[in-house]
Ligand binder design. Structure first.
Ligand code: ADP
Ligand code: MG
Length: 698
């Protein structure tokens, strides 16, 4: 049995390694940069670079890379070796502080949404010392931010760090108002629970839809799906267990706190959850986790599907973003306290989140919008596209009592008055039951459940941090000027509850009647698709809020909106083209061949004895011939819809056309093909079926 503590973090240049390999002076100076954002001296950078290189070479690394997260959604790296020629004809291994701090990848083919004309193609990467460097394969990876020469962010990490800073600034103002003068820093922590599917590599390679798009574009319902609910938390199959064991080991070596794993609701679906950590590190770790999930799967003859909806009619995969606010002293600001003052502070932070989620429903929705996630939100299993907050009955009742100034059943006092009453203790268990809410309070954290499994968690946290920073700023502006702090505080909390209670919903979020109520009675937003929500990134109120906290510039927002819509269009277009291709070159030929066999069989029977009825063959030939015809028509129609996209004047118009025309045609083509699949002999069907894929990993 291997001892995890012996190898945990062995591939990470973490605090232990820094302490052991840097002089006390350099170490302290670097810690100041990491903890307080102090500017880094080049002398210190040189010393850190040298120590990093020695450590990396000792661990078998030959190359280094600035590791970053461009707007493609995956991570990027360009490897440079440490070698430098020596006068005697050999090489020495070198790495300077300058190379550590700044890189200049030729970045012209990363999306920039018009921010970076190609003549100034060289964006630059800047070291993020708050996220530890690590070794992957033979390469030292240095987590970095990625910017254009004008300083505009071209990645997801830069705005994430800015949003953390914005929230820090406003939260500190509030804490100081409550007399917590010793708090220097407030950070958000995140624990993302990651869902995924595992299928066999052999079957994956037979399906071009999976290879090109990450999801199945065809597939008739299998006789058995997830209706028995026998997979959820079920016994893990040996092959999957071996995979999970190796995955954990690889993640632990990278210092990632992989903690729990279990089977999910759908067959072949699983989940991995890490222990929570600071948001930017959690973001880096989640990207690495997704990468390792795929790498380790390949070693086990498996493929890990991270798409939000790999199979129609079967649960999709999401990512639950557990989020909380913590001070440098380790106090969780979303935990109800012991004293009346702590409770008032807790309620104010709680209200800040409620107000933020309500005021910026659109930003939260669009932060998780992708072509893949559109299939999930609003379908039966995932949280709907409507954003609401679950608080649990008890906390909800507390808020109601405050709003109406009526006695709360849990208190003996007649009336709740903040700063006087201690909140009744509420039971964590009762707050954690609702699994259908997109945004649930779970005792000491919020769980944002709308993220898709392949999403970077950066986007959702950027919006969440910024929106909460805005609420806190509004509160702090008022409280700092208040003559009677307690009165203003009480009134502000009461007003927040009154103004925003329509976003609180403790019922079943999967229920259709809820969507109707949410939209028609409560006026909540229901943006079903990416084209519906993405343009709202540029709504005046959103631009104002995000630029005022310096999370984005207006130019960055415009570029992001364009890139996200472009990503959407490209994803659906690849799917449409893959469908056309598979229908023409695989499905129609298979159906034809089977029809021919049926016709030949009928003819052969007749040749033996004219009186034999060939009813079975005849009926099937007729039905399949009709379907073949239908498939041909639908393929043509889809092709035509795709062609027409060329006329769209801009990417927004193209996205609308895709939503209104292309997706519908894809659905029609699929329906005809799936019907044909159900009638065609298995040996003729050109690729593995849903039954094969979902139950193929033994
Ligand atoms: P549940 O299974 O009920 O959703 P868990 O306690 O198992 O809740 O936590 C799920 C995820 O939430 C884990 O990744 C965990 O590390 C994370 N988490 C727990 N507490 C916090 C917190 N205070 N802030 C952020 N994430 C947290
Ligand atoms: Mg959870």
């Amino acid at each position: 049995m291997k001892n995890v503590s012996d190898f945990f973090g062995c591939n990470v240049f973490d605090d232990r390694v820094m302490k052991a390999n840097l002089s006390a002076k350099v170490y302290q100076s670097l810690r100041k940069t990491i903890d307080e954002g102090a500017k880094l001296d080049i002398g210190v950078a040189n010393a850190v670079a040298a120590a990093m290189k020695d450590w990396a070479v000792e661990h078998g690394a030959t190359h280094y890379t600035h590791w970053f997260q461009p707007l493609t959604g995956v991570t990027a790296e360009k490897h440079d070796s440490f070698i430098s020629p020596s006068p005697d004809g050999g090489v020495i291994m070198e790495f300077s502080g300058k190379e550590l701090i700044k890189g200049e990848p030729d970045a012209s083919s990363f999306p920039s949404g018009g921010l970076r004309a190609t003549f100034e193609a060289r964006g630059y990467t800047a070291w993020d010392p708050t996220s530890y460097a690590f070794i992957k394969g033979n390469t030292l990876c240095i987590p970095t931010a990625f910017c254009s020469y004008g300083g505009e962010a071209l990645d997801k990490k830069t705005p994430l760090l800015r949003s953390m800073e914005a929230l820090n600034k406003q939260a500190i103002r509030i804490l100081h108002l409550f007399g917590n003068d010793d708090v220097k820093c407030v950070r958000t922590s995140v624990g993302p629970e990651q869902e995924y599917f595992l299928i066999t590599k052999e079957m994956y390679e037979q399906r071009r839809d999976l290879q090109f798009t990450g999801r199945t574009l065809f597939g008739a319902r299998p006789p058995k799906g997830q209706e028995m609910d026998d997979h959820y938390f079920g016994v893990i199959k040996p092959r999957v267990a071996a995979y999970m064991e190796e995955l954990n080991e690889e993640l632990w070596k990278l210092g990632i706190l992989a903690k729990t794993e279990h089977n999910e609701v759908a067959p072949a679906q699983h989940e991995l959850a890490p222990i929570y950590t600071t948001t930017n590190i959690a973001t880096d770790h989640n990207q690495l986790t997704m990468e390792m999930m795929q790498k380790v799967a390949a070693k086990h003859g498996l493929v890990c599907l991270l798409h939000e909806k790999p199979f129609a009619g079967v649960n999709g995969s999401g990512k639950h973003n557990n989020w909380s606010l913590t001070t440098d002293g380790g106090v969780n600001l979303l935990s109800p306290g012991e004293t009346p003052y702590e409770n008032a502070q807790f309620l104010l932070f709680l209200c800040a989140v409620i107000k933020a989620v309500d005021d910026y429903q659109d930003l939260l929705r669009l932060s998780v919008a992708t072509a893949g996630n559109d299939h999930r939100l609003g379908a039966n299993e995932a949280p709907p596209a409507v954003i609401s907050i679950f608080l649990g009955e008890e906390l909800h009742a507390v808020l109601e009592a405050i709003e109406t100034g009526t006695p709360y059943a849990g208190t003996e006092k007649t009336q709740m008055k903040l700063g006087v009453d201690v909140l009744p203790k509420f039971n964590r268990d009762t707050t954690d039951r609702n699994r259908t809410s997109p945004f649930a309070f779970t005792g000491n954290k919020f769980e944002f459940r709308m993220l898709g499994s392949s999403n970077s968690i950066a986007c959702a946290n950027i919006m969440l941090n910024s929106a909460v920073a805005e609420s806190l700023k509004i509160y702090a502006d008022r409280l700092e000027k208040a003559e009677n702090f307690e009165d203003v505080l009480h009134e502000m909390i009461r007003k927040t509850i009154k103004d925003h209670k329509h976003v609180i919903f403790n019922g079943n979020g999967y229920d259709d009647t809820w969507i109707k109520e949410a939209v028609e009675e409560r006026g909540l937003l229901n943006y079903r698709t990416t084209p519906d929500c993405m343009p709202h990134l540029l709504d005046e109120k959103n631009v104002r809020m995000l630029t005022s906290h310096k999370v984005f510039s207006e130019a960055e927002l415009k570029s992001r909106c364009e890139i996200m819509l472009e990503n959407y269009c490209k994803a659906v277009l690849i799917e449409a083209n893959t469908m056309i291709d598979m229908a023409k070159t695989e499905i129609v030929p298979a159906v034809s061949a089977y029809v021919l066999e049926l016709a030949n069989t009928a003819a052969a029977k007749k040749a033996v004895d004219d009186s034999i009825s060939c009813g079975y063959e005849t009926k099937l030939v007729r039905n399949l011939a009709k379907l073949e015809e239908q498939i041909a028509i639908k393929t043509d129609e889809l092709e035509e819809a795709v062609m027409k996209l060329q006329d769209a004047e801009d990417v927004e118009a193209e996205a609308y056309r895709i939503r209104d025309a292309v997706l519908g045609k894809m659905g029609e083509l699929r329906a005809a093909c799936d019907e044909a699949e159900a009638m065609t002999a298995k040996k003729y069907w050109p690729f593995p079926t849903y039954g094969d894929l979902l139950f193929g990993v033994k």
